[in-house]
Write a protein that binds this ligand. Structure first.
Ligand SMILES: Cc1cc2nc3c(=O)[nH]c(=O)nc-3n(C[C@H](O)[C@H](O)[C@H](O)COP(=O)(O)OP(=O)(O)OC[C@H]3O[C@@H](n4cnc5c(N)ncnc54)[C@H](O)[C@@H]3O)c2cc1C
Length: 488
């Protein structure tokens, strides 16, 4: 029997910017259930540092579109990019009107900074380098809906082309929830890589589940590796050093102080992320030298005020900033690909199912994301999805699904998860080779045949899709850097 507290107007999986903004857009009068793993703040949104890219005014819209398309290297959907930039300004103005405060100058004007591959300053920031944290606080304060913490969505009910609800593991038991619409806002895939910048909740399970339900993932080989990450801290999530540091003047140097990036591209530190990541990797391998981020050109007072999160986090790790050089390495950061959707976030072929934010592929990012376009994507497409849901005459027939679930974890999972992380880093990392990808695919297939828990199987499904997509795209494009054996 279905109890009335199991039935909602909408269920949203995820409490990052996409999920929380979708919840806000529904308004107080709808009965919405938000679900997240562990705590609401354990998400990539919370850790976003640099800011939100947004057209500064009407005249900047075509330029923001052009920069996004150029970064996307021909794989963007120009219509999606147009939507991102045009709706983007409205979404930010709406957020500000609701009370979100971005950093301003003394005269009260919004401060815009610059990041790589943007042709002008158009990145809004909050609390210096605490943009994601402050947006998350704001959206949480605003949220009027029920939030289920410490919960893992383990299944989505799809039958005859309709989505009916989800199964959730919460407090050691499974419970089904039903709704007229389900929005997946579960973020990216960080935990399948050995080195990454992502929150611990981000583990590619929803993408893997969607594959089992017959939904398509798109452009999964397009993965962004952030070039400036301090990887020697403990814990799986590594310490990101925001792109805004380079945008505002920090240098990348080797142990002799050489700014070697100019040997790869005349834009030096302001080259696109994938190029900088590849250059750092290549330089380290070629010369055997360590690579550093040098921030000594900043005044201490300015640095502490503009980059307080980095200042304090690195101080705890023993660095005296801005004077000490920080050893850096690229690490996995962002998934451009995801669950295929239309421009309203709707999953094709399945009624009442939507995906928004990093988990989705609308093709706004193409083969490479322009810096700081992802928070904007979360805002824009969550609004569009909710508008679409509210506009539609939704067909919804309540029907019950079994509450039983297969085991989520098995004893061998931990060891295999670590093996998978290493395998993905080595074979489907910054630089790829077809032969290594094929070996990785074989290993993943073998792991999938073992007696493993459901959550690991879902990660493996996503990993297999990434590796297959990378094998299929034989020529390098954007963030997908594949080399033929014997060449560099
Ligand atoms: C360190 C860092 C810095 C960044 N800096 C910037 C920046 O400056 N500007 C920018 O534009 N972008 C930045 N990004 C990228 C950006 O933060 C993310 O792309 C964006 O926040 C994703 O938002 P989201 O709402 O889609 O997902 P997230 O914010 O990652 O939220 C995902 C949610 O899904 C939940 N979830 C996942 N799986 C399940 C499940 N099975 N069951 C239940 N719940 C689940 C999680 O608990 C979480 O609540 C940064 C990313 C990182 C990691």
């Amino acid at each position: 029997m279905i109890h009335k507290n199991q039935i909602y107007d909408a269920i949203i999986i995820g409490t990052g910017i996409a999920g929380l903004n979708a919840a806000a857009t529904f308004g107080k009068n709808k009965n919405v259930l938000l679900i997240c793993k562990e705590n609401s703040w354990d998400c990539n949104t919370f850790y976003a540092q640099g800011g939100v890219a947004v057209p500064v005014d009407e005249a900047d819209i075509p330029l923001h579109v052009r920069d996004t398309l150029e970064a996307g290297a021909g794989l963007c959907d120009p219509k999606a990019v147009e939507v991102l930039c045009r709706d983007g300004r409205k979404a930010i103005d709406d957020l500000i009107a609701r009370g979100m405060e971005f950093d301003k100058d003394e005269a009260g004007n919004l401060l815009y900074t610059k990041e790589a591959a943007h042709s002008r300053n158009r990145i809004l920031h909050a609390g210096g380098d605490a943009t994601g944290r402050l947006i998350h606080h704001f959206l949480m304060r605003e949220n009027p809906h029920k939030l289920l913490y410490n919960s893992i969505v383990t299944d989505i009910f799809i039958e005859e082309g309709y989505c009916h609800g989800v199964r959730v593991f919460h407090k050691d038991e499974f419970r089904n929830y039903y709704a007229q619409a389900v929005i997946i806002a579960s973020g990216g895939i960080g935990s399948i890589y050995e080195y990454h910048t992502n929150a611990s909740s981000i583990s590619a399970d929803m993408q893997g589940l969607c594959l089992e339900k017959g939904c398509d993932l798109r452009d999964m080989e397009m993965l962004q590796f952030h070039p400036t990450v301090f990887i020697h801290n403990r814990g799986a999530r590594k310490q990101l050093l925001t792109e805004a540091l380079r945008g505002e003047g920090a240098h990348i140097v080797d142990e002799d102080g050489k700014r070697f990036l100019f040997e790869y591209d005349k834009r030096g530190e302001l080259s696109p992320r994938s190029l900088v990541s590849h250059a750092i990797n290549d330089w380290k391998q070629k010369t055997g030298k360590e690579v550093y981020l040098n921030c000594s050109m900043f005044e201490e007072e300015f640095f502490r005020h503009r980059f307080p999160t980095i200042y304090h986090n690195l101080k705890d790790l023993g660095f005296n900033l801005p004077y000490d050089e920080i050893p850096i390495s690229p690490a996995f950061h962002y998934a451009m690909g995801g669950i295929e959707t239309d421009l309203n976030g709707k999953v094709p072929g399945i009624e009442n199912l939507y995906a928004v934010g990093e988990v989705a592929s609308t093709r706004v990012h193409g083969a490479n994301r322009l810096a700081s376009n992802s928070l904007l994507e979360g805002l824009v497409f969550s609004r569009r999805a909710v508008s679409d849901i509210l506009r539609r005459d939704v067909y919804f027939q309540l029907r019950e699904f079994p509450a039983e679930e297969e085991p989520l974890w098995k004893p061998v999972d931990k060891e295999l998860k670590n093996e998978l992380r290493h395998l993905m880093w080595e074979a489907a990392g910054i630089t790829r080779e077809k032969s290594k990808l094929e070996e990785a695919l074989e290993k993943i297939e073998k792991m999938l045949k073992r007696d493993i828990g459901k959550l690991l199987r879902l990660r493996l499904n996503t990993s297999r899709n990434i590796v297959k997509s990378a094998i299929y795209r034989e020529e390098p494009l954007g963030a997908h850097y594949i080399i033929k054996k014997g060449t560099t």
